[in-house]
Design a protein around this ligand. Sequence first.
Ligand code: SAM
Length: 296
Amino acid sequence: MRFDVLTLFPEMITPVIQVSILKRAQEKGLATIRVHPLRDYTTDKHRVTDDSPYGGGAGMVLKPEPIFAAIDAIRAESECRALPARARGVGASEDPSPCVTARAPTDRKDDVLRVLLASPQGRVFDQKWAEEMSQERRRLVLVCGRYEGVDERVKVGLDAEEFSIGDYVLTGGELPALVVLDSVVRLIPGVLGDPDSPCQESFNDDLLEHPHYTRPFIFRGMAVPEILLSGDHGQIARWRRQQALWSTFRKRPDLFQKLMRMERITRGDEELLDEVNIQNDKNELGERGKLHESDD
Ligand code: SAM
């Protein structure tokens, strides 16, 4: 999969894509991530990328020209790649760069690029959207805003999808772009060592994941649940389902309500939850009993 990040601050993106899973995905040839400094696409002497807002007001706005120029260059490169070798001039000595002829205007329906614009006003990014993007065949272009934001014609003229990473305002779109990159790249088949791991994570099926434990068995007086050492895979799966249901019910009632509405909580699930509730009530009674004992 190919990703292009358009930013005024490439130094915020580059170190992050050079470590861990993002690095490995690129080494395996499963992801190509290109960072485009927006200043490289300016044409004036001072390499200006922003200007004051029409109508007045505080702050600056990112100009449309460098963003459109970057997109034109990325598209021209993609279309050039899509051409047969002969048309690209591969093997021909006279013209090494016929790609210029493949350049297309930016205002037509795009079948090579998908442009995503970081914006606090966008659709909130979630796991389902990440999954959908990880299947994308087009090149994903992530545009990072700055200052007061980006000239509105970027959104309209490039048919850009606005995405938000939550209801708060950040200084720029670089962190949101990295959030999208990280969550999408790890879902590309072959990127993670264990192909099952994305299937077992939180938000898969709208459930949060069960808790995890590792050695030592007892740490600071806290023991690992015995069932996990039983070797009984059926019972372990049952315990994990129960914990996942309980975590979702307790931590994310909104998700749990959604599952209920969609009738995805089975009679068996309800029984598992009842068991935890009874266990918790017993524990609570025990705790209260201890409190009363200490009152005496
Ligand atoms: N004036 C804008 C507004 O009120 O909607 C906020 C601009 S913000 C300071 C600058 C840039 O940061 C935005 O253009 C966007 O690219 C990025 N940004 C800020 N918060 C974001 C969020 N929650 N999700 C995605 N991008 C965000």
